[in-house]
Design a protein around this ligand. Structure first.
Ligand code: NAD
Length: 272
């Protein structure tokens, strides 16, 4: 904490859609202080004051190319970038014992194992979706799957903006994993990510995970439970990235002082 007790944050990926908004809300907040902002090492504006790079963030701190270059002591790292970049952030957190909030998606199973091992050295919240509504959806999906049981087919549809790089979304994959766990199935065996051509009838234990990309859609997830003569749909629509940003800042407050280990937003929101 700084002298005036604000939580001091280092933001990785500060020039991105999420990183920029996180910096803006930190700068507007009475609870947080922006200790530093990190961008890729070939970013053309490294070394400039953040206010010169992000006109809506009135900070004199410099934009830097690595967490090692942030001179001010800080309390927590917030990283919304890409999986390989976040792995570097997590290794930095492992060395420095700094709490971290990781919002990036698209981690491979091997990277997830490494994250679990690294997080033995520092408290870490890593979650593919930091919105309160989606985390409530996760809880509801588990409950609905258990109530409706095997007689209902379960499918997941996700829709995002055309700039999104990974597919399916980390949130859709998490929903599919929750469904597989609820039904006692192995997602690597029953997950179906594409349907095309003469594919035959749907197998009873399939879990379809389908992707659409269009325009500027922030993020939509539909979970369809379909039985004989009826269906139940759970739908979450994000209207603005601010829901994820508020979630990330809530996680940043929560993770400081926690025992070392890997947490998700269900832990932060007390939904477990
Ligand atoms: P973006 O492409 O707009 O931003 C990524 C930023 O990272 C860019 O500014 C890029 O220059 C920067 N970057 C690249 N390499 C870097 C490096 N080595 N060091 C520092 N910065 C580097 O992407 P976005 O829309 O902001 O999304 C970022 C990530 O967050 C994605 O993985 C996305 O899926 C995820 N996301 C998660 C949530 C959530 O709630 N967890 C919500 C929205 C997006």
């Amino acid at each position: 904490m700084t002298a005036n007790s604000k939580i001091s944050c280092a933001v990785v990926g500060a020039g991105g859609r999420m990183g920029r908004r996180i910096c803006e809300l930190i700068a507007q907040s009475e609870r947080f202080y922006l200790a530093g902002a990190v961008e890729r090492s070939d970013h053309p504006q490294l070394g400039k004051a953040i206010r010169e790079v992000l006109s809506t963030v009135p900070s004199e701190e410099k934009l830097v190319g690595s967490l090692d270059e942030i001179s001010t002591l800080f309390d927590v790292i917030i990283d919304f970038t890409f999986a390989p970049v976040s792995m570097e952030t997590l290794r930095f957190a492992g060395r420095s014992k700094k709490p971290a909030v990781i919002g990036s998606t698209g981690f491979s199973p091997e990277q997830v194992e490494e994250i679990k091992a690294l997080a033995r050295n520092f408290p870490c919240v890593c979650a593919p979706n930091m919105s309160t509504g989606v985390n409530t959806l996760f809880k509801l999906v588990r409950e609905v799957a258990q109530i409706l049981g095997e007689d209902f087919d379960a499918e997941v549809l996700e829709v995002h903006h055309h700039n999104k790089k990974d597919a399916p979304s980390g949130t859709a994959l998490k929903i599919a994993q929750i469904l597989a766990d609820a039904y006692g199935r192995d997602l690597s065996q029953v997950g179906v990510y594409e349907r095309r051509g003469i594919i035959g009838e749907r197998k009873k234990d399939e879990i379809g995970i389908q992707t659409l990309r269009a325009g500027d859609i922030v993020g939509e997830h539909t979970v369809l439970f379909c039985g004989q003569g009826e269906r139940l749909e759970l739908i979450h629509r994000a209207h603005s990235r601010d829901t994820f940003v508020h979630g990330a800042l809530r996680a940043a407050r929560w993770v400081i002082g926690r025992p070392n280990g890997l947490y998700d937003m269900q832990d932060v929101l007390g939904l477990k």
